[in-house]
Design a protein around this ligand. Structure first.
Ligand code: UTP
Length: 302
């Protein structure tokens, strides 16, 4: 039982990153030297995906170009003898993996974006990855961890993470019945609840393994929070019919849809980068020392 198809909804407006995202997709913003979408694609491929389905909107041509063969660039690098760079460019999409691009004409929400993937997914279980949730899965990529749960239980699986109470109203939040350590059956799921109404501190993050039943349910999901068709609302209907598991993955998630999360990811990935990690670490240490020496002065002034 392997999930062959991965859906990447990349049609959001990315308003939190304007003006950077005026002409380019949020998912093309780099973490050090790789765009967010490439981390997401590599995660899907490492979990066995062979068909990548991108749900795109306006200003997303750069994503298509990124996964296209770059004949001119490759020839140029070849002629200049830049073998290492040539390999990096060619590795963007491994052989045997295909890409499908579907246009979401209007940004009507994540649920609507997933529904747009139906013709390409058809009647099989599939995964959804939100590239702006960058997850460093440490020992195993997050989707590969979820794939193991899927193989054991054969049901839909959503990735969840404990988040501080003050942040809970930015997420879909689940109430679960424990099944095993770090694993529970979803009993209730609510999109962006008020802090006092949140059923728990377990928030859904951007990784899903879903059965195709979700499409039928999305078809009749009305607009919900923020006037958008919410995937959370369709999952809420699905738990009445099928088991949906919430899995607390191992690893660190960076919310790269927010400026702070994006900066944190760049720092952390910069520190362990094979080419610049050493130098960057020294720079950060110097900077930390400077900041420490500044701190008492700041207090006095305050
Ligand atoms: P976000 O909630 O982060 O929205 O979408 P956004 O528009 O991308 O960014 P902000 O909030 O305006 O800054 C979560 C994910 O769902 C996709 C986005 O591309 C992102 O991966 N999405 C959202 C769509 O594909 N279509 C939509 O209509 C909405």
């Amino acid at each position: 039982m392997r999930i062959r198809k991965a859906v990447f909804p990349v049609a959001g407006l990315g308003t939190r990153f304007l003006p950077a995202t005026k002409a380019i997709a949020k998912e093309m913003l780099p973490i050090v030297d790789k765009p967010l979408i490439q981390y997401a694609v590599q995660e899907a491929i490492s979990a066995g995906a062979e068909e990548l389905i991108f749900i795109t909107g306006r200003s997303k041509n750069s994503i298509m170009d990124h996964f296209d063969k770059a004949y001119e660039l490759e020839t140029e690098l070849e002629q200049r003898g830049k073998e290492k760079l040539l390999a990096i460019v060619r590795e963007v999409l491994p052989p045997g993996v295909t890409c499908i691009f579907i246009r979401q004409a209007e940004a009507l929400g994540l649920g609507h974006a997933v529904l747009c993937a139906w013709p390409a997914v058809g009647d099989e279980d599939f995964s959804v990855i939100l590239a702006d949730d960058l997850i460093d899965g440490k020992l195993r990529p997050c989707l590969a961890q979820m794939q193991r749960v899927y193989q054991e239980y054969g049901t839909s699986v959503v990735a969840v993470q404990k988040v501080p109470k003050d942040e809970i109203s930015s997420y879909g939040v689940v109430e679960v019945q424990p099944v095993a350590p770090g694993l529970g059956e979803v009993r209730r799921i609510v999109e962006k609840p008020k802090k006092e109404d949140a059923p728990s501190d377990l928030a859904v993050v951007g990784r899903y393994i879903l059965t195709p039943r979700i499409f039928k349910l999305l078809e009749r999901t009305p607009r919900g929070a923020g006037g958008e068709i919410q995937l959370t609302d369709a999952i809420s209907m699905m738990i009445q019919e099928q088991t949906v598991l919430a899995y607390e993955f191992e690893g660190t998630r960076y919310d790269c849809g927010s400026k702070l999360g994006y900066l944190k990811a760049n720092v952390e990935y910069g520190l362990k980068h094979e080419e610049i990690g050493g130098e960057f670490t020294r720079y950060m240490k110097d900077m930390a020392a400077d900041l420490n020496s500044l701190a008492p002065k700041e207090k006095k002034q305050g």
